[in-house]
Design a binder for this molecule. Structure first.
Ligand SMILES: [Zn+2]
Length: 303
């Protein structure tokens, strides 16, 4: 869905409003649990989420990531240190939250995102049939977390359920910054024009706090783009960005990051062809595997 700016995939922000942001933070602990939306996925409108379920353990149904070993079956499993992501910390931010649909006043509070004001969070978009972006984002995040752990990484998530509210987008950034993650990804799906297809990788623009991670984030973005093209059947966006890449300077998730990070819009939920793919567990698992491949490649190159 196109947002209030009329530009697909863009989050609007409002100048001014220091009072509301201050009161937001003064609200204390309760507020820390309330969300902000990061990306340009557009509000879902008045319609609430359709019921969306997932199996409790999708990871268990996925084929093993590694090919069968030629070594004798009695050989010991690889030591943790031999795993490709051993000793690494990865941040995952599944955009929005399932409870945001019923928390307009909370997520509508304004927060400072480093370059301007934006709302604490949004509900995110939905497919025409009502499958929520929040659910998609969370499913991919769970798959990705399982893949990364299998490869030896420690994973930090900004939310661990899909029935809560928030947290706000600046808090999400802070959670990942505080974890000192080696790399991080914000997972979203867009609410673009119905005729538009494809994924977009949103990259940070230097604004002070993120200055020292711009080059690394751009490298990671290139790795994510390549892995998505190689590992999924989703094309690059034909309605936003250039070759699947779009720099953004108006999102807390990218403006405030102190670790290498990109935000991926995995497809356009408002497009029928993309939506058909996005709602399936198979595609969600493929996105997770592509992101894992990108993370392994990126961190491998970082020494
Ligand atoms: Zn989103």
């Amino acid at each position: 869905m196109t947002d209030r700016t009329g530009r697909p995939g863009f989050h609007p922000f409002t100048r001014g409003g220091t009072g509301s942001a201050r009161s937001l933070w003064l609200a204390g602990g309760a507020l820390a649990l309330c969300g902000l939306a990061v990306c340009g996925c557009g509000p879902a409108g008045a319609a609430g989420p359709a019921s969306a379920s997932r199996s409790p353990s999708r990871a268990a149904t996925r084929p093993a990531a590694s090919p069968p070993s030629a070594a004798p079956s009695a050989s010991p499993s690889p030591s943790p240190a031999a795993l490709p992501l051993a000793g690494k910390i990865v941040g995952i931010d599944p955009g929005h939250n399932g409870g945001n649909f019923n928390a307009a006043s909370t997520i509508g509070q304004e927060i400072w995102n480093g370059t301007g004001w934006e709302t604490c969070d949004t509900s995110g978009t939905t497919t025409e049939s009502g499958y929520t972006e929040a659910q998609f984002n969370f499913n991919v995040a769970l798959d990705l977390r399982a893949d990364l752990r299998r490869d030896g990484a420690r994973v930090v998530m900004t939310r661990t359920s899909n029935d809560g509210v928030g947290p706000c987008v600046n808090t999400r950034s802070q959670i990942i910054n505080n974890s000192r993650a080696n790399v991080a990804v914000d997972i979203h799906a867009d609410g673009g024009p119905v005729s538009g297809r494809g994924f977009t990788v949103l990259e940070p623009v230097a604004d002070g706090p993120n200055d020292h991670v711009i080059a690394a984030s751009e490298q990671f973005g290139a790795d994510v783009r390549q892995a998505m093209l190689a590992g999924t059947s989703m094309p690059e966006s034909d309605y936003i960005g250039t070759d699947g890449i779009l720099p953004r300077d108006d999102l807390a998730g990218l403006n405030l990051t102190t670790v290498p990070k990109v935000l991926i819009e995995c497809g356009n939920m408002r497009n029928a062809t993309d939506a058909q793919m996005l709602v399936t567990a198979r595609f969600q698992a493929r996105v997770a595997r592509a992101l894992t491949a990108a993370i392994v490649r990126f961190l491998g190159g970082q020494g």
